[in-house]
Write a protein that binds this ligand. Structure first.
Ligand code: AMP
Length: 533
């Protein structure tokens, strides 16, 4: 039998699989991930950054407003859903939508109006409790429903006529349509990135009142419904850092980049290239974008569909195109570096000076515009070798107007997001992945009489920080040692009845078979001195 069993549960044959574009990270790979994230914490904290833990979902509007409704990330890839509504309200809505109304039978109309009034009462309570979103569409629709309910009652109070009945049917159908368009639950989205959430939190917790710049980092999953391929997932992981405050000094940008590269160096992500650019600010970019748009209109016929559309929606994104035929055309377009205002030009020049001071290698790339709308001035990206076409391991830049755009005080901001999945892939491919942890001691115990000693020694070694495997059931000696080998243990500790009686144990180094007899007191000391070697 396949499909559902009698109880309505999935039958046992059904094989569940991780959803396309998501995956499980199993040991020992997960140890590499933990090490990568742990190293980021260490490096970032040495630059006085503190961790911010953020929710994985937010109001969808936060992302529309910040990243931009026209971007691919929001318009095509965002996981968007409506929150669950108040159940009673949802049920009533369905009853109203599918009610049978016979204008010639007054009870059906009365009943319909009563249901509608009840629905409106619940809706108002939902608005007041903040459970139903109080946006224009909902408030306007709710008002329409009120006047339509009154209209129905009036129509019913006059003498019945064919014309009147038609009107009742018409108003009732309007009501059904109107209850249908209400957003009873809040529009939410799984976060496609976290900068918007950091800014939301900065405003919500009034962080501009805290001393100094806010230097925050986050670690966690992001969600984008992209076409899965190597290095591109629908649930992927980022480590990001943001600096928010009153200053936009280029030294902040440079320090953020220094921290990023120190981290990459520490984790062995060394075959990388840092690209930097300035995309101007609200004073100079609009003119450049217009100029670019005009130039692009001239060559429109030679561009592909996506770029043609972007000429009108977001011409900067055309510069991001990877389509080979478009490359020679893009190379002839005006470059933003020639159109920066004096302030942006000075900011970019100072940034490069600061990078040189810190001996940070970089390449300028005038086409680096990034896919999100909120960037101003500095943008940057780090690519790594061995990743094929999805070779960007980190992206970031300034977003000086973003906090204000989200309703906060004027604030400067800069940050980056590292793609953990791709970074780890690159570290593994370059052979730089460290050998981590692993099983130190496998306890091969034999005979029930030795079991209590095995349990007690396992606990002592574990509390000294060693990784210890204690077989839960007695095994034959050969089989037990075979398993120790397969598990990759460095040592097997042999505890038989003789060993318990003499309180000396045999420690066997599995790599070369070297054996030592050690008293219980010596055991820990020896293992610790070996660990330090
Ligand atoms: P972005 O937030 O688009 O600036 O991306 C920052 C970094 O996150 C990129 O450089 C990638 O390393 C990583 N990234 C973005 N999207 C994905 C994805 N779908 N799968 C894996 N990594 C991603």
């Amino acid at each position: 039998m396949s499909g559902f069993s009698r109880r309505g549960q999935m039958s046992e044959r059904k094989q569940f699989r991780a959803i396309k574009g998501t995956r499980d990270i199993l040991p020992p790979d997960s140890a590499l991930w933990n090490w990568f994230e742990h190293t980021a914490r260490e490096v970032f904290e040495s630059y006085n950054f503190g961790e911010i833990r953020l929710p994985a979902f937010e109001q969808a509007e936060l992302f529309y407003r910040s990243i931009g409704g026209e971007t691919d990330v929001v318009s095509k890839e965002m996981y968007y859903f409506q929150d669950k509504a108040i159940p009673e309200l949802e049920v009533l809505r369905e009853q109203i939508r599918y009610a049978t109304i016979l204008p010639s039978v007054p009870q059906t109309v009365d009943h319909f109006v009563r249901e509608l009034r009840k629905f409106r009462q619940l809706l108002d309570a939902g608005f007041a409790a903040g459970e139903v979103p109080k946006h224009d569409l909902n408030v306007g629709t709710s008002q329409n429903l009120e006047s339509e309910a009154n209209q129905l009652q009036e129509l019913q109070s006059v003498e019945s006529s064919a014309r009147n009945n038609d009107m009742i049917s018409f108003v009732a159908s309007q009501i059904k349509r109107h209850v249908g368009i209400l957003h009873l639950g809040e529009p939410l989205a799984l976060r496609p990135e976290a900068t918007a959430s950091v800014c939301r939190a900065y405003i919500e917790h009034n962080m501009q009142a805290f001393p100094g710049n806010q230097k925050l980092y986050y670690i966690g999953p992001m969600f984008r419904r992209e076409r899965p391929q190597k290095g591109r997932y629908r649930q992927f992981y980022q480590i990001g850092a943001e600096v928010l405050g009153q200053s936009d000094a280029p030294a902040i940008d440079a320090e953020v980049l220094e921290m990023l590269l120190v981290f990459f160096n520490r984790v062995g992500l060394t075959r990388t290239t840092l690209y930097v650019n300035s995309i101007g600010d609200k004073n100079c970019r609009p003119q450049y974008v217009e100029l670019l748009r005009n130039e692009l209109r001239r060559v429109k016929d030679r561009l592909k569909e996506d770029s043609q559309r972007r000429i009108e929606t977001n011409p900067l994104r055309v510069l991001d195109s990877k389509i080979p035929e478009e490359q020679p055309i893009i190379e002839t377009l005006p470059r933003i570096s020639d159109y920066l205002c004096d302030e942006c030009r000075a900011h970019f020049a100072k940034l490069k000076e600061e990078l040189n001071l810190r001996r940070i290698d970089y390449k300028e790339n005038w086409r680096l515009v990034r896919g999100l709308d909120y960037y101003t001035r500095t943008t940057f990206e780090v690519t790594a070798e061995g990743l094929g076409s999805q070779n960007a391991v980190c992206g970031g830049g300034r977003y000086d107007g973003l906090v204000e755009l989200l309703g906060g005080a004027p604030t400067k901001g800069i940050g980056f997001a590292i793609g953990t999945d791709r970074s780890i892939l690159s570290i593994e491919e370059s052979g730089n992945a460290p050998k981590l942890g692993g099983l130190a001691v496998y306890i091969a115990w034999m005979g029930q009489a030795s079991y209590p000693t095995a349990v007690s020694i396992a606990r002592k070694l574990r509390s000294a920080g060693l990784s210890v495997e204690l077989p839960p059931e007695e095994m034959k000696f050969k089989k037990s040692l075979g398993l120790a080998d397969k598990l990759g243990a460095r040592y097997a500790l042999i505890i038989g009845e003789d060993e318990v009686a003499s309180r000396t144990f045999t420690l066997k180094r599995l790599a070369d078979g070297d054996q030592k007899k050690l008293a219980e007191g010596e055991l820990l000391e020896y293992l610790e001195s070996e660990r330090r070697r």
